[in-house]
Design a protein around this ligand. Structure first.
Ligand SMILES: [Zn+2]
Length: 126
């Protein structure tokens, strides 16, 4: 079972996008490491945040989200990864990149609905 299998639909493609960006950034900035612990930790953190995002599949893209759930150190890491890998995504992963750009145009609900997080749905499956 891949780690992203716990996520549904759009959350799963968002996680794939994050992982692809982390990979691009890591290869350029931590090239001496084959299994980079910093980036693995970041991926796990991103996965956990996506799982717990109260918007669930209605989740806005992170730069448009009113919540900003990342703790400061992780948020700074995310900023560096996105600013390096963002412009490179269109070449390396055009489909993921375009999906993200389309999502960015979606309107952001001011408040999440009740109980729609991936984790809630996962734990309350009939
Ligand atoms: Zn790394």
């Amino acid at each position: 079972m891949a780690d992203h299998d716990i996520l549904q639909g759009s959350l799963q493609s968002e996680y794939k996008t994050i992982k692809a960006m982390v990979h691009i950034h890591c290869k350029a900035h931590h090239p001496h490491l084959s299994q980079c612990p910093t980036c693995q930790e970041f991926n796990q953190y991103a996965l956990m945040r996506l799982d717990r995002c109260p918007y669930g599949e209605q989740k806005p893209t992170c730069n448009k989200c009113p919540i900003h759930c990342y703790k400061p150190a992780m948020r700074e890491q995310a900023r560096q990864i996105m600013s390096y890998a963002g412009p490179r995504m269109l070449l390396k992963h055009p489909i993921l990149a375009i999906k993200h750009l389309v999502n960015e145009q979606r309107r952001v609900p001011s408040k999440p609905e009740q109980n729609v997080s991936n984790r809630h749905l996962r734990n309350n499956k009939a």
